[in-house]
Design a protein around this ligand. Sequence first.
Ligand SMILES: [Zn+2]
Length: 296
Amino acid sequence: MNQLPTRQIPGVYHRRFGEVLVTALSDGFVEMGYDIFREFSRDEVDRMMARDHRLSPPRISVNCFLLRGPMGRVLIDTGSQDNFGPTAGKLFENLAAAGVDPASIEHVLLTHCHPDHSAGLTDTRDGRRLFPNARLIVNRKEIAHWFSDEERDRADERKRLRYFDWTRAQVGPYRDAGLLDEAGDGDEVLPGITLLECAGHTPGHSTWAIRSQGRQMIVWGDLAHVPEVQVARPGVSMSFDHDPDLAARNRIALLQRIHDEDMLVAGMHIHFPGFGWLMRDGDGWRIATEQWAFEI
Ligand SMILES: [Zn+2]
């Protein structure tokens, strides 16, 4: 019996999207508590998670997405490195398993600056950029906020450390080296990649729309942290949202648009590999996760 495997093979999944090869890379997962939701009871969380046969309190999966195509070699988000314990921070081993050298990445795009998305940018012990040849592209509202001393002074101690100081340590080395490009809502930052702002979770929280051969897909960042709850009930916000009401309003509007425009969804916190389609379900939505395919 001791011959049986005790862990999964690497969390790497390729999916062709028009001219683009999209590779989902698992960064692992983080076990959360009930207090992550704002104004949502423990019983309701348990009920909604049980409906989908999920663990409760929820487990949040963390994914990053690598794009290879007319836009070059682009990584969207960088995972959590060593900030969330042994179940997370797997991006680099999965990149290696996929045969991708971090030095070959030409652009890194962030959905926002939170430690499960931006912590893989830099070795903060020595300031070494872990994507040494990449330019970094981030919503300028995100940079303006997390680099503002005034905003930092207004924040509580925990946010000061985890959001402001950590962001500066992660993004700073790219900025100091002249490798940071700031973008705004609607900007096509690279061929076929457009920033679609969806603020609220953070001041410049961004999703990235990918267009290829007449189809659209959206890499939606933290539009939903716990899809079982927030896709079904998009009005539910998180305790760590910067502006929870704005986050909910923008989530509700963007979910509708994703459905109306028939976009393929790729989610940072949809369970690996994180691809699916949005379908109406009563007053809310559900995600029909995409079937595994052998042929790329
Ligand atoms: Zn997140």
